[in-house]
Design a protein around this ligand. Structure first.
Ligand code: G6P
Length: 481
């Protein structure tokens, strides 16, 4: 459809994210097909997309390949192509070796390269163009995460008729850290193209608004910023607020009630020799997750004789991630070195201290692991939310088990009955693990019941409805607790 100079597309609701919510797999006949991918972002948005009959714009995960749009799971998928250079400079470079470490408290040193920034700009334009081409007049577009922070402004320029939302899944850093970014003004201006900018925690939203004041000199009133429209367009209001994301709770609960998955959880315990305690860590192999701190605490507990290898086993699932980025390679070497050393020291022929699994697993196996684990360890040094913590709680249908949770994960804002830790404090972490191992069943149940109530009431559908209704109406209809 054309109106004036603008060509409108057909989709009323569009999600834009770096990755499409599907992975390519071969079916039994060896034919390529698509399967919905695991991961927080997909878990969060797929149910909403299915209901809304919308389109999803994103990269399909391979380089140097241009694909036509296609339908999957009741939504139109629109692949954005990336060349090998785009992957290296925009995805591995600027997104994951500049922004990711910068936004996670510079746990690893961010690298600043001008050719990475040029690529980031160019690819953000490509995503914005692909979206503008398919959006119906007045459509709602929801842009996701740090890889695409320039898209809101670019979209608004191309299509001022759109309602534009943005959600940042990772933390937004304090001004003093954000200030390092050579392109700090451009990124904030990019985000302010959105009518509503969502963050995980109130502190992320206030960090962002401080940066708006400082680097753009704009006035902020009650989380609202008045932004100048470009080329004589009207001024508009952009708002920044917290919308803590959640999980598809019912899916996890249903899986946790499935007899075959319950049996699988028993099998896991049996295969580990039915130890008194199973501890579990589940993370992407990422330096933000504090896996090394967790291993150090566990190693010291073994060394102190506070934990015996005959009594306890730690299962650490570390799913492969961003393997061509240098810091991730170094981390893998470090973690695998530690696991080898600890197991070499403490394993017996029969028992293992740490069962380390460098794999991704289907959600069914994850839920079986959650059911098998008495103690869940989430020791992130910085994490936007951490959905694993919420999945563990949702899966514990019997209200047993203990969650050790880093106060630096967004989930700590709401899961107050977890055993909260500062993972940098190794003695504190050791004490927290011992508290979890020694907690009375009555106390564990009391805490888990409260946390389950919290998670069950605030699932991902509630999160997306809260965000989208505020985007549409400009007011908050539902308060997330
Ligand atoms: C985090 C980010 C997501 C990202 C995911 C997996 O959860 O917030 O945007 O998709 O990690 O990382 P990857 O680089 O494999 O997409």
């Amino acid at each position: 459809m054309r109106s004036g100079d603008t060509t409108y597309g057909e989709f009323e609701f569009i999600v834009v994210s770096n990755r499409l919510p599907v992975d390519r797999v071969n079916d039994d006949g060896g034919n390529g097909t698509w399967r919905r991918s695991p991961g927080g972002l997909v878990t969060a948005l797929a149910p909403v997309m299915e209901k809304a009959d919308g389109a999803w714009v994103g990269w399909h995960g391979a380089s140097d390949e241009t694909l036509e749009s296609f339908d999957h799971d009741n939504m139109r998928l629109v692949p954005v192509p990336l060349s090998a250079d785009d992957v290296e400079f925009y995805y591995e470079g600027f997104s994951n070796a500049t922004l990711w470490p910068l936004y996670h408290d510079v746990i690893a040193p961010p690298e600043f390269h001008r050719h990475w920034w040029d690529s980031y700009r160019k690819i953000n334009e490509r995503f914005a163009d692909a979206t503008a081409a398919i959006a119906a007049e007045g459509a709602t577009v929801w842009v996701q995460d740090y890889q695409l922070q320039l898209v809101p402004k670019l979209l608004r320029k191309a299509r001022p008729d759109l309602k534009i939302g943005f959600f940042n899944h990772i933390p937004f850093p304090p001004l003093e850290i954000y200030a390092q970014l050579p392109w700090r003004r451009q990124v904030i201006e990019g985000l302010l193209g959105a009518d509503l900018i969502g963050f995980q925690r109130p502190s992320d939203a206030s960090n962002f608004l401080r940066c708006v004041r400082r680097f753009l000199g704009l006035a902020v009133r009650q989380q609202q910023v008045q932004v100048k429209g470009e080329d004589g367009a009207h001024d508009y209001i952009s708002r920044a607020e917290a919308f803590p994301i959640s999980i598809d709770v019912q899916r996890i609960v249903d899986l946790a009630n499935r007899p075959d998955i319950i049996e699988r959880s028993r099998e896991i315990r049996r295969e580990l020799g039915n130890p008194k305690h199973i501890l579990l860590g589940v993370d992407r192999l990422d330096y933000t997750k504090g896996i090394g701190h967790r291993l150090k605490a566990y190693e010291e507990l073994l060394a102190d004789g506070k934990v015996q290898v005959e009594d306890a086993a730690l299962i650490q699932v570390a799913s492969p991630s961003r393997e061509r980025v240098e810091q991730y390679r170094l981390l893998r070497e470090e973690i695998e070195g530690s696991v080898g050393r600890i197991n070499g020291q403490y394993d017996t022929i029969k028992n293992t201290a740490i069962r380390y699994l460098h794999h991704s697993y289907p959600v069914e196996e994850m839920v079986a692991l959650y059911l098998a684990a008495d103690v869940m360890l989430v020791t992130a040094l910085r994490d936007g939310m951490n959905l694993v913590a919420k999945e563990y709680v949702a899966a514990r249908t019997g209200n047993r088990g203990a969650l050790v949770l880093s106060e630096f994960a967004g989930a700590a804002d709401t899961l107050r009955q977890a055993i909260l830790v500062n993972p940098h404090d190794i003695d504190g972490l050791k004490a927290a693990i011992r508290t979890a191992l020694e907690m009375s069943p009555a106390e564990a149940t009391r805490r888990m019941r409260t946390m389950r109530r919290q998670v069950l009431q605030n699932d991902v559908e509630r999160w997306s409805k809260a965000f989208l209704s505020e985007l549409q109406n400009g007011t908050r209809e539902e308060v997330l607790v």
